[in-house]
Design a protein around this ligand. Structure first.
Ligand SMILES: CC1=C(CCC(=O)O)c2cc3nc(cc4[nH]c(cc5[nH]c(cc1n2)c(C)c5CCC(=O)O)c(CCC(=O)O)c4C)C(CCC(=O)O)=C3C
Ligand SMILES: [Fe+2]
Length: 375
């Protein structure tokens, strides 16, 4: 026998992501998939379409996911973890339903899912679970026996997610001109969501006042700010801010927006700001457009020095973290007691979303939770 790592009961890993257009002709159908039935103003869709056209109609997210698949497969092979890795998306090819069908056809019955969203929220968690339930229902309607699908816990506070971001901030600080480095502020940024979605994010006991979504982001921001202070000996002022807002103007979403924040920091005398996109796992369009294009232009207009620190992307430490999370969950499923790995004040997130976690406005079946209609 070798000392191969044992992922049983799991027989495959599914990388589940958002999806994005791969060329100009894909942009409008992609946006229709994303916004089906969600009342996003037409003006906003036209604007978001333009962001994609600026980049040739290609979202960076697909190549990011391909890079992550490569590094995961390499890490698993190097560590003797025999677990095939598949990839499916919510909004564009390869579509989740097609990937799940392929997995079933290949004989997989116990699937563990890695979603490319690290935090609790309807958009980042339950919506993916609803997509899984929809796809399983489709397979059942086709006469296939649905596999059992579980989902890895939220990994926002896993060292393999946090440490690469700490290094990213240190690199961005080092890249600033000497005369502004010490006074630089840190703007930790994530996707804005409606107050109503934030306040009901996470478990019922986390609801209210920004919910688990805000608590989790604040915990990661504090961890990074503390580590940066320890490393540099400088206390950089920091704040959690938001970006990529959509929805009707009269509905409250999390604020301040990164661009307003840059203006406000500049007016308050900050010489430089490092934008730290802790809400994003890789360089999505939100990062390349909303930060690197729009926020950078705002900073240039203000004459404010800004840098944008790296997302985790395909960092080998992130791949190693996923391997550890897979083995941790496999051990738990096998009835072994494990100490889950997590930094910060909140502790490891739950394995199985409880009833009432990140509720939808209109209840729909969701897989991979306590209330899953699938075993
Ligand atoms: C919390 C969160 C994440 C992080 C978790 C995760 O990663 O899953 C995320 C990720 C992403 N969101 C993305 C794209 C879009 N999100 C939209 C709309 C919305 N997102 C929301 C929230 C989130 N979104 C919300 C509350 C809306 C409003 C309406 C709705 O509830 O649907 C729209 C519609 C137009 C617009 O309003 O912008 C688009 C095009 C892409 C792909 C980017 C690329 O191509 O690189 C990614 C990774
Ligand atoms: Fe989004």
């Amino acid at each position: 026998m070798s000392d191969a790592l044992d992922p049983t009961p799991y027989d495959a890993l599914l990388l589940l992501s958002f999806g994005g257009p791969e060329g100009p002709d894909d942009v409008v159908p992609f946006l229709e998939n994303v916004t089906r039935g969600r009342g996003i103003p037409k003006e906003r869709l036209k604007e978001v379409g333009q962001h994609y056209f600026l980049f040739g109609g290609v979202s960076p997210i697909n190549d990011q996911n391909r890079a992550l698949l490569d590094v995961l497969r390499k890490d698993f092979a190097e560590h003797g973890l025999d677990l095939p890795v598949y990839w499916g998306n919510r909004n564009w090819a390869p579509y989740l339903t097609d990937t799940l069908r392929e997995m079933v056809t290949d004989g997989h019955r116990r699937i563990l899912t890695l979603a490319t969203s690290a935090y609790a929220s309807y958009s980042g968690c339950r919506q993916y679970r609803e997509n899984l339930a929809d796809s399983l229902a489709t397979l059942r309607a086709e006469g296939l026996e649905p596999p059992r699908v579980d989902k890895l816990r939220h990994y926002f506070n896993h060292p393999g997610f946090v440490r690469p971001m700490i290094d990213g901030v240190l690199t961005s600080l080092a890249d600033l001109p000497d005369d502004v480095r010490e006074g630089a502020h840190l703007a930790f940024t994530t996707h804005s969501i409606p107050h109503s979605a934030a306040d009901t994010s996470g478990r019922v006991e986390d609801h209210g006042d920004g919910g688990a979504y805000v608590k989790e982001h604040l915990d990661v921001a504090r961890l990074i700010a503390d580590a940066v202070r320890e490393e540099t000996g400088v206390e950089h002022p920091w704040q959690l801010v938001y970006q990529s807002r959509s929805g009707a103007p009269h509905i409250p979403w999390l604020e301040p927006d990164i661009c307003d924040h840059l203006e406000e920091r500049h007016a308050a005398g900050a010489p430089a700001v490092v934008m730290v996109p802790i809400g994003f796992v890789s360089d999505h369009m939100e990062v390349l457009y909303d930060l690197d294009t729009e926020a950078e232009a705002k900073a240039a207009e203000l004459g404010l020095e800004v840098r944008r620190s790296a997302t985790v992307g395909a960092d080998p430490r992130f791949a190693a973290a996923i391997r550890e999370l897979v083995l941790e969950r496999a051990a738990t499923e096998n009835g072994r007691t494990v100490t889950p790995c997590a930094l910060g004040a909140l502790g490891a997130s739950h394995d199985l979303c409880p009833v009432g976690c990140c509720p939808a406005r209109a209840p729909k079946p969701a897989a991979a939770g306590v209330d899953s209609p699938y075993a």
